[in-house]
Design a protein around this ligand. Sequence first.
Ligand code: ADP
Ligand code: MG
Length: 255
Amino acid sequence: MFWLRRGGATLAMVAEPLSALTLDRVGRVYGDGRAALDDVSLTVPRGRFLAVMGRSGSGKSTLLQCAAGLDRPTSGSVRVGGTELAGLGEAALTRLRRDRIGFVFQSLNLVPSLTVQENAALPLLLADTPDEGRALAALATVGLADRAQDAPDELSGGQRQRVAVARALVTRPEVVFADEPTAALDPDTAEVVLALLRQAVDDTGCAVVLVTHDPTAAEWADEVLFLDGGRVAGRLDRPDAGQIRQALRTLGDRR
Ligand code: ADP
Ligand code: MG
């Protein structure tokens, strides 16, 4: 928040756009001394959808893990909302991940012994704040309210990934991280999952960070960030799949 002043009079109070996620000069060096991430800075405001692209080994998953508090950077700073992650101990970090972040991964990671509804409610159950209404609302958002009492293995792969999206959204998180969430899905089903992430950004104002190798998936984003060798190698605003393919080719040619 800051104040606009002119001639001594305060004209208006202006809200700064709230950042859901900020990385400032983040580095991650693994044991072998090589930097998987090198000096990466980015800001994702609330209500914005960022796609992260780059060849295999370029640091996409490391970026996502550091940004989501699943891994600790070796340098630089990560903030979720106003919270600096480096200042948090393990228990506080676990709570932050559970309560303020949503996750969707490539491999379907539902708990097979729980119902669809219990899976969607999992972050609430782990926080000891069960809320059946919220869980059902999250399932309704992904079009699966009528499957609430089924077991995950009674659903198709695409439906299971929609449950994973419901689970990611059930706490109304500030940021949703998705690592190749559509890689195992056919194109039509992938589109449904991506549309749900887009809808979450537009309707709830959360931020989404999507790691993908698929230009048609990245097309759903507001911005695409390209990584190469752990460094930011380029950015595109609201690109179409053709522009994204061109940028990926250019990256490849630079080698
Ligand atoms: P991407 O997701 O883009 O394929 P990653 O973030 O998984 O890339 O990996 C980036 C680099 O870091 C690669 O060179 C990879 O081999 C290395 N790396 C990833 N995880 C580890 C780890 N746990 N230990 C050592 N090196 C790792
Ligand atoms: Mg990866």
